[in-house]
Design a protein around this ligand. Sequence first.
Ligand code: AMP
Ligand code: GLY
Length: 428
Amino acid sequence: MNILVVGGGGREHALVMKINESEKADKIFCVPGNGGISRYAECISDIKATDIDGVVETAKKVNADLVVVAPDDPLVLGMVDELNKQGFATFGPNKDAAIIEGSKVFSKNLMKKYNIPTAEYETFSSAIDAVNYLKERNEYPIVIKADGLALGKGVIIAQDFKEAEDAVKSIMEDKIFGASGSKIVIEEFLTGPEVSVLCFTDGTTIKPMISSMDHKRALDGDQGLNTGGMGTIAPNPYYTDAIAKECMTTIFKPTIDAMNNENRTFKGCLYFGLMLTPKGPKVIEYNCRFGDPETQVVLPLLDTDIVDIMMAIYNDKLDSINIRWKNETAACVVMASGGYPKKYETGKLIEGLDERGQVSGAFVYHAGTKFEDKSFYTAGGRVLNVTATGKNLKEALSQSYNCVKKIKFENSHCRTDIGARALAAEED
Ligand code: AMP
Ligand code: GLY
């Protein structure tokens, strides 16, 4: 099969490398891809991941038998609908279903209507009403979210009235997140360990993957700014079998049923961002796609052909597939450009990688690199995602940090405590 992957980060590199393991995959293409991906797939780098016409044309040109749309924005824009119209098999939800991530107002109202546990909330389309509500409620911290996609940055946790009022004004009046801030959600602040659960679903059957844990803050000890994710581990030790069972009956299945009921059948990877609160698991957010960098720890543990799974989902036959997982643990450490998520420099030579952009003992997924004259250069904020597996968390972490040490570029930055809290909890 000819398989086209849309996207160009570490998540897409993990997808491409997993697809590359499949006996079904003859040729892999990627739009736009990146330096590391170019060692495993033919990259069409002059087309953007959001360019629907460009991707459809590419799918025709390369005779794609399957198109995997990985990032949120092309899914929310309806890339899958257009590809299907032109007769291509796809992996990813259509536009009507992708709204589960594209609009927080939609997803919160869905959860309320179908009794799916989530933080209590109100929605607003006027800043004055929102500020009046804050005055009335007067409970802090409080969480303020822009309705639409905001590159994972549309959430502000306000500690007092002043911060909350500023957040409302900057989202709704100054439009710091653009049009995605014309409506907002204000919700109750929840506490507890966070768990990411990615699920394969064809709209009828839902099969959770191995759970994982992201580390969103830039600095050790969960300090510093929010980022796209600085590291992940899988499985998530807080997510016990009993909790998994509860989530299936109170959250996963009800969500799939709710989407069907709304005529928005979801097919692809549905990502549940959960918080294990003292009152039980609650949904923090839905994503309509594989998480990044969760995918970089989940897929290395997958022991079933991913192309078979994707085609089964496309053909509404997920129930016929037995998905197996390796009985191992994975840890991913993100190597970022110094300064990320604020200003950073690019174009730095990366030393220590072999000709495929790898080091021995790890999967090195490239998030932001360029390949030129047989060398790799930094090309983004998050540069490399170094993933290792082991028989337990301790082993996976030490192996991935050992591999990080083999790679050098000027001003590189990584957290030194990925998985540390989980490891301490596990050893307790
Ligand atoms: P999101 O972009 O929705 O994933 O939110 C980003 C992060 O904000 C989450 O990973 C949580 O750490 C935090 N967050 C979001 N909603 C809440 C909430 N209701 N209570 C506490 N923390 C939250
Ligand atoms: N890691 C969080 C996300 O993919 O949105």
